[in-house]
Design a protein around this ligand. Structure first.
Ligand code: SF4
Length: 326
């Protein structure tokens, strides 16, 4: 019997290379080893953006096209839409009774998000404060033994583990306490050197054209002290060097040596980087071209039905254990 894992991403419409190297590339590998549930976390988008629901459906489709184009296989994994499984909302409500407000306010990722959004803490919504509880519902409904996480998400998983234990203590053994799978997730900077993010307008997307990639890399942040060919450079901290590390690994030692000695100039280095990035993205673009909206809708319909079957069994058990009206 394969162990089960659950992981999800927000449907931002366009998946960027940070999402790919941080999560999706691992998901593709996990499919061989685990029974996988991959969630399109559309309700999570609403916790930070409630004003653009009109574009959500198309964003879901575009996101899942990218997932399939990089190798997520709906024959091997259940790919589903969170809002299509209403049990997530019901369980979220019940779990929210098991956690205190100060416990949620201590969430370090929430503080980081508030800072990135430029919001004041007292102005965030009730839904935003409680998103780690929704995330816990997303996880526990599928009773996974493992959850893949980056180091920055460990505090969320810790809350999910606490809530699983709390539920089991109050109502009887029901949920496995999920263990993290800490997978390698390199920090992928945006072209301006900040964290890569669609909202910061600094991302390279899997669906970008060759010209878009070239233009973005041409503008990317490099060592500010290296102005012309011959100047010795410092590749650590250079965005272009970080991209070489992702898509052009074999040449990294030479790039470092030639950058530091001044033999390699930034113009040439960026050109090479754009070429390698496009070589990496070309097969993904090719596969994406052949995925129609209707095909994606059908994949999501089937995946969401499978997820719903699993989640409704869990909720039946939860209602029984909690002695709720049924
Ligand atoms: S030569 Fe390449 S690695 Fe060195 S600073 Fe310029 S772009 Fe960065």
């Amino acid at each position: 019997m394969k162990k089960r894992i659950l992981s999800g991403l927000r449907p931002t419409g366009k998946v960027h290379i940070g999402n790919y190297f941080g999560a999706l590339s691992n998901w593709v590998k996990f499919q061989k080893e685990y029974e996988c549930f991959f969630e399109v976390a559309d309700w999570h988008v609403l916790t930070t953006d409630i004003e653009h629901t009109d574009i959500m459906q198309q964003q879901i489709i575009e996101t899942v096209k990218d997932w399939l184009a990089v190798g997520i296989d709906p024959e091997k994994a259940v790919v589903f839409v969170q809002s299509g499984v209403k049990e997530h909302a019901e369980f979220h409500l019940l779990l929210s009774m098991l956690v205190s407000v100060p416990r949620l306010q201590r969430n370090p990722t929430l503080k980081e998000q508030i800072r990135d959004l430029g919001k004041e803490e007292e102005k965030i919504s009730y839904g935003h404060l409680g998103y780690p509880v929704l995330q816990t519902a997303d996880i526990l409904l599928y009773k996974p033994e493992k959850v893949p996480v980056g180091e920055d998400q460990l505090p969320h998983l810790e809350l999910s583990r606490e809530l699983a234990r709390r539920f089991n203590t109050l109502f009887g053994e029901t949920f496995p306490v999920p263990e993290p799978i800490l997978s390698y997730a390199p920090r992928v900077p945006g072209i301006d050197g900040r964290k890569m993010s669609k909202s910061l307008n600094n991302a390279i997307f899997l669906s970008d054209t060759e010209q878009e990639v070239e233009s973005k890399i041409r503008k990317a942040f490099t060592d500010p002290k290296k102005i012309r060919l011959g100047d010795p450079g410092h590749p650590d901290g250079c965005v272009v060097f970080a991209y070489h590390n992702l898509v052009n690994k074999e040449e990294v030692p030479d790039i470092r040596k030639n950058c530091e000695s001044g033999k390699l100039g930034c113009v040439e280095c960026k050109k090479n980087c754009a070429f390698e990035m496009n070589e990496f993205l070309n097969p993904i673009r090719e596969r994406r071209k052949n995925l129609s909206d209707d095909f994606i809708r059908e994949i999501l319909k089937q995946g969401t039905e499978k997820a719903k079957e699993f989640a409704s069994n869990t909720m039946r058990e939860v209602r029984e254990k909690m002695n709720l009206w049924r």
